[in-house]
Design a protein around this ligand. Sequence first.
Ligand SMILES: CCCCCCCCCCCCCC(=O)SCCNC(=O)CCNC(=O)[C@H](O)C(C)(C)COP(=O)(O)OP(=O)(O)OC[C@H]1O[C@@H](n2cnc3c(N)ncnc32)[C@H](O)[C@@H]1OP(=O)(O)O
Length: 199
Amino acid sequence: MIRRCGRLLHKTKVRSHCPTEELRDFGLPNATWNKNLKDLYNKFLELSKNGSWKRIPSHNTIAHHLQGIGKRMFLRNLDSDGLGFEYCMFYNKDERRMVCLFQPGPYLEGPPGYAHGGCIATIIDSTAGAGAVYTCGSVMTANLNITYFKPVPLGCTLFVDSHVDKIEGRKVYSSCHIQSYDGVILHAEASALFIKANH
Ligand SMILES: CCCCCCCCCCCCCC(=O)SCCNC(=O)CCNC(=O)[C@H](O)C(C)(C)COP(=O)(O)OP(=O)(O)OC[C@H]1O[C@@H](n2cnc3c(N)ncnc32)[C@H](O)[C@@H]1OP(=O)(O)O
């Protein structure tokens, strides 16, 4: 059993923590991105030209963002592109919005052909969480409520749009919608409560 696991791990190139590994920005286009993802990415690059939006670099540790000691980030734990969470984020400071352009790969399957609900929760938590971090510093998720409206086909392009709605002391209230790349299908919506670090 362990040997079988070992072979599987080897085949799928699951990453182990390697502090000397070269830092790579995964939020840049690669050969596995489909046309819709590339088009949305280019649209947001264009919107970034006047400074309203900013592309957020995405490494395989969060040390870059939080000046801490990062190990391996959950969303960036596969070496091969396109298999898991393929995404990039853009932040708009004035609007307190973080958007994520997301293409769920085949290893995120739940129901046959569709993304697992847990990976949808992960991308919502990460997008809204990153929005809260960029708006007011280090946070922890205290509460996350999701309504799933339509299943998400693997390999499609999603537009994840989060917004910091309200800040009350250490409490940061956010909302998030997941739509198809063209805005036609609303796949899920969520509300989240983040608590700012107590320091
Ligand atoms: C590409 C870009 C990347 C960007 C980089 C970064 C990515 C980052 C992505 C991040 C995304 C990933 C993120 C993750 O995955 S975070 C990992 C998942 N989350 C956790 O493990 C959190 C576990 N819980 C805790 O650690 C504590 O309970 C926290 C820290 C949340 C609060 O404990 P703490 O002792 O510090 O605070 P407090 O108890 O004094 O309470 C303070 C206030 O908050 C209110 N309250 C507390 N809990 C709840 C609740 N459940 N509902 C409603 N209200 C709640 C409470 O009533 C009080 O209100 P008030 O009395 O003041 O009015």
